[in-house]
Every structure is written in structure tokens, then in C-alpha cells.
Write a protein of this length. Sequence first.
Length: 172
Amino acid sequence: MAFIRTKKIKGNKYVYLAENKWMKRGKRVKQISRKYLGRLFRLEKEQDIDFFSFHKIDDKGEYFDKYREEIIYDVIKWELYRHGFLKIRNIWKKDDIYVNLRLKQVLSERGKAALGMNEGFLTGYTMSRLIRYKAYIEEDAYELAKLFVEAGLDVPKPVFVAVFSKYDIREE
């Protein structure tokens, strides 16, 4: 099972997708980096604004009629704003870091970037994984919650419930 880890190289931290692999020869577990996700930029919360206030939502029922992906993108926009990003055209920018939601990219002027927010990392990979996730049974709510945390998104409970309710959950 893959997980996200950080490595410190020449004083900078980088984020990788990694997995553990059993090495028969040494009879031990070795951590293998599978994919480079970007240079780590640790961000602190700069704005304390409620999700519904940020999106100017008066009627939650009407808002929750939106598509699941739209709500997830709204959570990402809200977190970016709370961490000091500003929207310039269709790009969210802070210093030399850029987030393109349409292309699911997180970049710095030097290449791929990983935003360390809350308890996770917003990267192109974590964003794509969250948007593409498909839930089929009630127990998949736990996996969806893990994906939000892994992506560094602090999703409000009513928003999480609304997103999860958009999946076609089968009765067993």
C-alpha cells in the first residue's frame, strides 16, 4: 500500500509517494520511492473564515445540489484562501507557488510543489486522487475522509456528509 513521505535533501524537504517492499535477501522491509510529488512548502493558516461565509452560501440545501466534484473544488479553494493564496484569473497564487485546479497541478517556479497544510499535502497527485475517488459502500466514507486529510484539506462535517451522499452507495 502506497503512502506519502517526506525526504530532506540538501536542506530542502521533498514529498514522495512511497511503499514498503519486503526484501528476501536481507529479510527486511525497505521503503521504495515510487513517485516524486514535489518540493515541500509548509503553510500556516492566515485567514480564519468559515466555509459557508467564504463561498457566500445562504441556502445550504441549494448549495449541496451541486455536483460532488464542484464541492470538492470549493473545499480546495477555501483552504487555499485560508492559507494565503489569491485567485488570479484561473490560477491560485502565493509567492512563487501556483495551483491550477483545472489541470490539477501544484507548481513552484522550480517545478512540482507540495503544500503542507493542516495534516497533509496538497499535490497534483492527492488532488487527482480525491476528485477521481469512487465510493460504493458505507465503509468507503472512512477512505474518503483519509483522502481529504492526506490532501491537507480540513473539510467541514456538513460538507463531507454532502460530498459522501453524492456517491451511489449500494445496500448490502
